[in-house]
Design a protein around this ligand. Structure first.
Ligand code: TXA
Ligand code: MG
Length: 309
């Protein structure tokens, strides 16, 4: 992707003035601000209508800057070497000397950190001397945005600038692993659990109970605001039907996440399709059964939360 230097410069100007901007990443778009500034990070909570107790992920360019703020360990290094930059977030112990705003951490002694792979995000991060706090760029509990226009739909003119980076290629949030204690997966995401387990030679599973420890992982999340029924074989006539296998019917209510049962492709299309269905004002979403492996696990997790009544 070609980097537009003038838009990078404009972004830096806003960030240095303690403003928030929309930022592309390979997972989803983020609502970014200077992680070292209280003034800047308070604005994130306000814009997103996010409860103050829900801490933010901080985005770094490289290890050098991260080490100023967090302690790292061997497991972190293994995963960093294999997957970074990429769709994985680490919860690490925060250093007392860290400059990260207490607004970002909600006074916790841990910090969620990530190294985005998107070339536009990396170009931006390389040119500034502070990391960027950036939750997904949507109003709390709504669907995460995967394009600049999705971000615009969420905030309208309240957000002063959105840096364009095309469509997010993963389309689902990062996988989160807590390394403050024994490694624990606290959110399924765009990096397959199986890959993490292979590198660590472990059998980590995602346990739903961790929703309680991570406040943002509330059940009603990623919600298009329409009831969702899962594992549907025969859809009702007026519902939007999500599929991952091609069918020999030209039903206008069919929405393909994939036509070849490709779960990575389905993950990329999930949020985009949910937004489209919402715009078309369907009253019910039904979903074909999605295998609970690889990215399928993440898709099922998001659909389950969105369908929670
Ligand atoms: O892919 C992503 O991770 C995207 C892009 C923009 O980087 N960001 C993202 O941020 O999904 P957000 O805020 O929507 O989700 C971050 C989750 C929240 O559920 C939050 O509660 C949790 O991470 N979190 C943040 N700091 C934490 C901490 N110190 N301990 C435990 N959970 C934490
Ligand atoms: Mg989010």
């Amino acid at each position: 992707m070609k980097i537009n230097n003038s838009s990078i410069k404009k972004s830096i100007k806003f960030l240095k003035k303690n403003e928030c901007i929309g930022m592309p990443t390979e997972t989803v778009y983020g609502l970014a601000a200077n992680a070292y500034s209280n003034t800047a990070t308070i604005k994130i909570y306000k814009l997103k209508k996010r409860p103050k107790f829900n801490p933010l992920i901080v985005h770094y360019f490289d290890l050098k800057m991260l080490k100023k703020d967090c302690y790292i360990n061997n497991i972190f290094i293994k995963l960093f070497k294999k997957f970074c930059p990429g769709p994985i977030t680490f919860i690490l112990k925060l250093k007392k000397t860290s400059s990260v705003s207490r607004i970002v951490t909600n006074n916790k002694n841990s910090l969620a950190v990530r190294f985005p792979k998107h070339p536009v995000a990396r170009t931006l991060l390389k040119k500034i001397n502070f990391p960027l706090a950036a939750p997904s760029a949507n109003i709390s509990t709504s669907i995460s945005p995967v394009t600049k226009s999705d971000v615009k739909d969420e905030f309208g003119s309240k957000l002063k600038y959105i840096l364009d980076g095309g469509r997010s290629i993963i389309g689902l949030e990062s996988t989160i692993i807590d390394l403050t204690n024994r490694p624990k997966i606290v959110r399924l995401g765009g990096l397959k659990l199986e890959k993490i387990n292979k590198v660590l030679n472990l059998k980590l599973k995602f346990i739903n109970k961790s929703f309680i420890k991570v406040p943002g992982q509330s059940k009603l999340h990623y919600s298009p605001g329409i009831p969702i029924r899962l594992n549907v074989i025969k859809p009702k006539t007026n519902s939007a039907y999500l599929l991952i296998n091609k069918r020999n019917s030209k039903n206008l209510n069919f929405f393909y996440l994939s036509k070849k049962k490709n779960l990575t492709e389905a993950g990329k299309n999930l949020y985009k399709t949910l937004r489209e269905i919402k715009k078309k004002k369907y009253k019910l979403i039904e979903v074909e059964k999605i295998p609970n492996i690889g990215i399928g696990q993440t898709i099922n997790d998001r659909l389950k939360r969105a369908s929670y009544k």
